[in-house]
Write a protein that binds this ligand. Structure first.
Ligand SMILES: [Zn+2]
Length: 422
């Protein structure tokens, strides 16, 4: 594949140094991605399959080794004749990708190395909704600094940071335009983090939490590789990430998938966004808590439980104690989940709807109700072939997807990782 890359390298090699650097960078990326997708593989195989010549591949591999991105794993026989070559595999054990998520009631941090080994996976309960942007950004900064200190001890270099936020994001500036459930307007998250002692060489990006979680589901979740899927975050807010034809649907401004603010009940309750009767006022975690455990509702003086897992444990305990409000609340959420999903199925014709966050925890009771309601209200041909599937990534899906975006950036431009080995 991609024989044209080598042609480009030869025809443009007499160009300016900037041209040559650019060609070298794209060829490094071509080889690194090949090893990532197809390794272990010998240099000769990489040459045949990328269309680059063998000398070029040898030189590119040496540079990728010097950057700590690939390593030799053992002999690999390339066909029946000739000497075996040493097989190449992805290394990257010294390269860390940090994804952090700030959500209504927690902050999560997730780090993998380039090969996908998990180095950090933690979440702390934090009342971001009640704390305001300044204190939330302080807490987010502390979470980033703690992760960086951990990576320092492990001898891992941070390749980048992506921050997941539930809201509309200007990804070009790393600014949260509007996050209704956090109460944030025009909050310059990337700029703020860049002032917090993070080296200038570490790129900082900000993106929508549901879209990042959908990417994590598409690459490593229960329905990985399903080219038409919708991922729903089950948090206080409900966001959606739509994978259509194997690609994340972004929309003209990157704001696609704001499914939580589809108005489904104009006579209903006021939403954090200011409108009346948005879908998330029916199915968000705050709606479930309000119906199942009204004394612990968000925004009340008894708002003592912070982490969503604590709230779910509280709800399960009351159910075990025989409180009838819990089952009634879960059934009501399941119905509304099905009603909104019928709209999504008519719009996007997904094969699966992956239920994230708290939806996954209550999946055995939510899904039968939601599936029946979706099939009752959606176009039959599409709804009958679409299934709800609980995510197994828990509340960590968005931070995992955020780390994945950093990995993707390294695979696209390996020169972002400095040469550290002779
Ligand atoms: Zn709304």
């Amino acid at each position: 594949m991609n024989r044209s890359t080598d042609t480009t390298s030869r025809t443009r090699s007499a160009g300016t140094p900037a041209d040559q650097a650019s060609v070298r960078r794209s060829n490094l990326a071509l080889v690194l991605r090949h090893v990532s997708d197809h390794g272990p593989c010998a240099r000769s195989t990489v040459a045949v399959e990328t269309g680059l010549n063998k000398t070029t591949v040898t030189s590119l591999v040496s540079e990728l080794q010097a950057r700590g991105l690939v390593k030799e794993a053992g002999p690999q026989y390339a066909g029946s004749v000739g000497r075996p070559g040493l097989a190449l595999v992805l290394d990257g054990s010294r390269v860390g990708a940090l994804g952090v998520e700030v959500n209504v009631d927690y902050i999560a941090a997730f780090v993998t190395d380039l090969a996908g080994r998990v180095l950090i996976d933690r979440r702390i309960g934090f009342d971001a909704m009640g704390s305001g942007p300044e204190r939330s950004l302080d807490e987010l900064t502390r979470a980033v600094e703690r992760a960086m200190a951990d990576l320092d001890r492990l001898g891992v270099v941070l390749a980048g940071i992506t921050v997941a936020v539930p809201g509309l994001i200007d990804t070009t500036t790393g600014t949260v335009v509007f996050a209704p459930n956090l109460g944030w307007h025009e909050v310059a998250v990337a700029e703020r983090l860049s002032r917090a002692g993070i080296p200038r060489t570490v790129p900082i990006a900000v993106d929508n939490e549901a879209n990042l979680a959908a990417l994590a589901e598409y690459t490593s979740g229960v329905a990985a590789g399903t080219s038409d899927m919708v991922y729903l975050t089950g948090e206080v807010g409900v966001g959606g990430g739509v994978i259509s034809g194997g690609r994340l649907l972004n929309g003209a401004d990157g704001f696609a998938g704001e499914v939580g603010h589809m108005v489904v009940d104009p006579e209903g309750d006021r939403c954090g966004c200011g409108r009346i009767g948005c879908w998330e006022t029916k199915v968000g975690l705050a709606a479930l808590v309000r119906m199942a455990t009204p004394d612990h509702a968000y925004g009340t003086s008894q708002h003592v439980l912070r982490d969503p897992e604590e709230r779910l444990a509280d709800i399960e305990q009351r159910r075990a104690d025989g409180d009838p409000r819990v089952d009634a609340a879960v059934t009501e959420v399941g119905r509304w989940l099905g009603r909104g999903s019928a709209l999504l199925v008519n719009l996007f014709n997904p094969r699966v709807i992956v239920l994230g966050g708290y939806f996954a925890r209550l999946a055995d009771r939510l899904i039968p109700v939601a599936q029946a309601e979706m099939e009752r209200l959606g176009m039959a041909a599409a709804t009958q072939r679409c299934r709800f599937v609980p995510s197994d990534l828990g509340f960590g899906a968005a931070s995992r997807g955020a780390a994945g975006v950093v990995i993707e950036r390294v695979l696209t431009d390996p020169t972002t990782i400095a040469i550290t080995q002779p």
